[in-house]
Design a protein around this ligand. Structure first.
Ligand SMILES: Nc1ncnc2c1ncn2[C@@H]1O[C@H](COP(=O)(O)OP(=O)(O)O)[C@@H](O)[C@H]1O
Ligand SMILES: [Mg+2]
Length: 254
């Protein structure tokens, strides 16, 4: 369980943007954070992944208070793929992925190689492992950064808008890959998405945010309804079922 208690966080111009936030997130599941632009999705992700330090409160992973352990130890438990990924120029895909081994630093070349190969295979990057990261397409690039995070061999993977700059084919490709990683390796996924229907389809649980607060959390079928979406996004629409799957169909902004 990832658990946070009474979490508070301020930006300079936004005192207590996050205030007394409590949440439990199940290990081994896919949890998606939804909410309008500026609602605090990335801020919550950055607090849960220990990228930002809360002013108050703590984040626990399996009852370990993450604020009590060193960054390097946290990086063995938690990996994050940020929304904007910077790659140093002129490095190969494989070199980028090898950076994921940095927190382990055990000088066990054989183990590192095995894990890097596993990360490359899990993200279907075998054929382009020697290409330069700068030369990749959007979808390949995202897979390379996910592979670097996988090479950290953590229990938990955070992803901030992993599909945002991708066309629909590559969005689905990434989401299917994330689902497979969750199912095959029991990897806990916590991600931010914009697409409500993709969140419904790929998540065990959804957290909906508005103005720095969690307004709903739970299984997609329990919390996604036209009223909540209207309240949170100011969009009118209907929920319908197609081939036993639930979809939100937007009609108009209000
Ligand atoms: N580094 C920052 N400094 C100051 N304000 C920030 C910073 N990052 C985000 N904010 C503000 O905090 C609010 C929430 O931002 P964010 O968590 O990025 O929202 P979301 O990811 O849901 O779009 C926004 O109003 C944003 O302008
Ligand atoms: Mg964001």
């Amino acid at each position: 369980m990832i658990r946070c208690e009474n979490l508070s966080f301020s930006y300079d111009k936004k005192k207590n943007f996050i205030k007394d936030l409590n949440i439990n997130i199940n290990i081994g599941k896919i949890t998606t954070i939804l909410g309008p632009n500026g609602s605090g999705k990335s801020t919550l992700l950055s607090l849960l992944s220990c990228y930002n330090k809360p002013d108050n409160g703590s984040v626990y992973l399996d009852d370990i208070n993450l604020s009590n352990i060193k960054t390097k130890e946290i990086a063995k438990k938690i990996a994050t793929v940020h929304q904007e990924n910077e790659s140093p120029e002129d490095i190969s895909v494989e070199t980028l992925i090898s950076y994921g081994r940095t927190p382990h630093n055990k000088n066990n070349k054989a183990e590192d190689e095995n894990i890097i190969n596993w990360a490359i295979k899990s993200t279907s990057l075998e054929e382009i492992r020697n290409e330069k990261v700068m030369s990749l397409s959007g979808g390949q690039r995202q897979r390379a950064f996910i592979a670097m995070a996988l090479a950290q061999k953590t229990e938990v993977l955070f992803l901030d808008e992993p599909t945002t700059y991708l066309d629909i084919y590559h969005q689905i490709e990434i989401l299917e890959m994330i689902k497979l990683l969750n199912e095959k390796y029991n990897l806990t996924i916590i991600m931010v998405l914009h697409d409500i229907n993709q969140a419904i389809k790929y998540s065990d649980n959804i957290i909906i945010m508005k103005e720095g607060k969690i307004v709903e959390e739970g299984k997609p079928c329990d919390i996604i309804n036209d009223k909540t979406i209207k309240d949170v996004y100011k969009v009118e629409g209907i929920i319908c079922n197609v081939e036993e799957e639930m979809y939100f169909v937007p009609k108009s902004a209000c």
